[in-house]
Design a protein. Structure first.
Length: 387
């Protein structure tokens, strides 16, 4: 798809969107300081929950983005209260037997350490990195996503884990111990060898033989079918490649980023809001997944920092075009309509192939809200990422 015929987000629109995003977080502090947000909204409003889901770090990440934007003490105090909760969670191993430690601890505790040099945040994030590397499987050379370690029915990686690796890069930089980075590099080497197809679409998950470690087959747990391109998975590929390129400068990651990103853009519908799977396009009545676009935009803006001037200009221009579509069609500007940031996300759409439990369809989702706010922040300043 050629994006140049679409308008870019203007500076005035960016400022207005940023102000709305900050206000949405401010309005949420009363309900979501002692509580966390459920992974997805229900009728566009988030239920309350304890800090037990893989998504809880995203709300704290929004709080830190609001603090960066304003310097207001209310955001700082809420963020630090959440740090206490995340430290308690890792100390007591509360629902952490999965690979999503990066999603939990990067936008919450790594962010707090980068912004405030908070020692409890550093302790929590390093303990989370220690927990994450226990899921590394020598046979196959990957971080097992879900399930009991070594279980045949879950001996697999998933593309989402590319966003858990930054916790390991950070842990090596902060501790001086190379073991975390080494495992991240081994995982991404394995992942990229299997999840990217010849046409640069991506598998959601890939299985390995637990006896030999050899890759066996790719399937989709949340896409339309095993050989389709799940939109959010493709976006995880865009952003995950950009982040790993930042930390490694491996030229292979840059080249793959270009192709995976081109696939994402080329398969957008005419209104630029992706359907939940790229099997669907204009004319379909299937739901959208606005969160996929927000994630991809963040990846494009990160990579713009590491390429030549001409390529950077194109990435920033394309990002501003995609952001205008999100702001115009999906952004929440009135707290009476929703306590989220980004409408029309899809957590999980069930199909006969994927077998997942359908929920969070055409709702706000915690990660969509966070990455939308992060993308606005990236367009507003030269931002040091939490990842």
């Amino acid at each position: 798809m050629e994006l140049t015929r679409y308008p870019e987000l203007t500076d005035a629109e960016l400022t207005t969107a940023m102000n709305h995003a900050v206000q949405q977080v401010r309005c949420g502090l009363q309900d979501y300081t002692d509580n966390m947000k459920y992974p997805n909204s229900v009728n566009n409003f988030y239920p309350l929950m304890d800090n037990t889901e893989w998504t809880n770090g995203f709300w704290t990440g929004e709080v830190w983005l609001a603090y960066e934007a304003t310097g207001e003490e209310c955001f700082k105090q809420t963020g630090l209260k959440h740090v206490d909760s995340f430290l308690d969670r890792v100390n007591r191993n509360i629902v952490l037997d999965h690979h999503d430690l990066g999603f939990l601890y990067s936008p919450s505790c790594v962010a707090a350490y980068k912004l405030l040099k908070d020692e409890k945040a550093k302790e929590a994030a390093l303990k989370a990195a220690d927990k994450l590397i226990t899921r590394f499987q020598e046979k196959g050379g990957f971080i097992q996503a879900w399930g009991p370690l070594g279980a045949k029915d879950n001996y697999r990686l998933i593309i989402d884990c590319l966003l858990n690796l930054p916790l390991l890069y950070w842990a090596s930089e902060t501790s001086g111990d190379p073991k975390y980075r080494d495992i991240a590099l081994r995982h991404i080497h394995t992942a990229l060898s299997v999840v990217i197809r010849p046409d640069y679409s991506t598998y959601h998950t890939y299985f390995f033989d637990p006896q030999t470690g050899l890759p066996t087959h790719g399937v989709s747990h949340q896409g339309n079918r095993n050989e389709s391109a799940w939109a959010r998975g493709q976006a995880w590929g865009v952003y995950g490649l950009a982040i790993s390129y930042k930390y490694t400068r491996d030229p292979q990651y840059l080249e793959l980023f270009r192709h995976v990103t081109a696939y994402f853009i080329d398969h957008l519908p005419s209104d630029l809001i992706p359907y939940w799977d790229f099997d669907f396009s204009d004319g379909s009545d299937e739901p959208r997944d606005s969160s996929a676009s927000a994630i991809a935009i963040c990846g494009m803006l990160e990579m713009a920092k590491h390429v030549d001037e001409e390529e950077a200009r194109q990435l920033i221009r394309d990002s501003r075009i995609l952001m205008k579509a999100l702001v115009d069609r999906c952004a929440v500007s009135d707290p009476a309509c929703s306590n989220g940031q980004l409408l029309h996300s899809t957590y999980c759409r069930s199909t006969p192939t994927n077998g997942c439990r359908e929920h969070g369809v055409d709702e706000c989702c915690a990660w969509g809200d966070y990455f939308y706010f992060e993308a606005l922040t990236r367009l507003s300043k030269d931002w040091e990422m939490y990842w």
